[in-house]
Design a protein. Structure first.
Length: 282
């Protein structure tokens, strides 16, 4: 099955619903976040996507990557550049259907979700920093006025094949303002587009009275005409800004499931899931 990985929040690529296209995206959702390596994808590569309209400033043939795929940002990784021209290594961006005015004019009409001014590769630290305004891939417009508006959902194109696909990322989420709780989140995203996906995200769950708590959310959405769905959220846990968060998302085409694990700092690795996904995701 054709797969596209576009990166959110983040290292996969988006493509539209091409023949059996599925894509994994690393996305940043609604908050500035510092990403640290690695994000690794492990199954076999197949043919390049045949439809990449609005998904890249690159030619379609440059979107697929060989697997395993990993970015450490210790050098210019080519592909889509950051604000200073250093390559991020990502080849695609999922286009938002409801871009927010706060994000300003579109930088590139061929890729309306791509905003290099909000991307910064640091080859000394080996990190990619992504800054964002509000904006998220979520639900249908009747649920929120600010849905399907995420920019810089960066990614790469891959084919899933018959083997399980594993995505990894290490985040260094910043300290959110005391008392702020507006669904700020960052994590891994896999799917067909903003209306058909599964995500594993680190989410701000600080109470309105202040404090620093977060949770992990594994959620899938299927079809833009329905409210998103299957949703598993961990219990809130104490968290300090800048603490590394390691996320692993495993997609299995054999049983159409998504499973995740997460580790905060040096804490115990915790499982989350599984969710059953639509077969067309693979």
């Amino acid at each position: 099955m054709r797969n596209n990985v576009a990166a959110i929040v983040s290292k996969a690529v988006p493509v539209g619903k091409v023949s059996r296209a599925a894509r994994s995206l690393f996305s940043l959702l609604m908050i500035a976040v510092l990403l640290a390596p690695p994000m690794t994808v492990t199954p076999a590569l197949a043919a390049p996507p045949d439809d990449c309209a609005l998904r890249s400033a690159l030619v379609c043939a440059d979107i697929p990557v060989s697997l395993p795929f990993s970015l450490d940002w210790n050098a210019d990784a080519g592909a889509l550049p950051d604000a200073t021209g250093i390559g991020t290594g990502f080849t695609m961006i999922d286009p938002p259907s409801a871009r927010l005015a706060a994000d300003g004019p579109v930088f590139d009409g061929d890729a309306p979700g791509y905003e290099p001014s909000k991307l910064a590769v640091n080859t000394t630290a080996g990190t990619l920093t992504i800054v964002s305004n509000k904006g998220i891939m979520f639900a249908k417009p009747s649920i929120s006025t600010e849905t399907n508006s995420q920019i810089n959902a960066l990614g790469v194109g891959v084919d899933v094949g018959s083997d399980a696909l594993e995505l990894r990322a290490t985040l260094f989420p910043p300290a959110w303002p005391s008392g702020a709780n507006s669904s700020q989140q960052a994590g891994l995203w896999f799917g067909l587009n903003e209306d058909n996906y599964v995500k594993l995200a680190f989410v701000n769950s600080s109470p309105g009275s202040g404090g620093r708590t977060a949770s992990i959310n594994l959620q899938s959405e299927d079809d833009p005409t329905v409210a998103p769905t299957t949703n598993i959220t961990s219990s809130p846990f104490a968290w300090t800004g800048g603490t590394p968060v390691q996320l692993v998302l495993v997609l299995n085409p054999t049983d159409n499931t998504a499973r995740g694990t997460y580790q905060v700092g040096s804490g115990v690795v915790q499982p989350i899931g599984p969710l059953t996904l639509p077969s067309e995701f693979f």
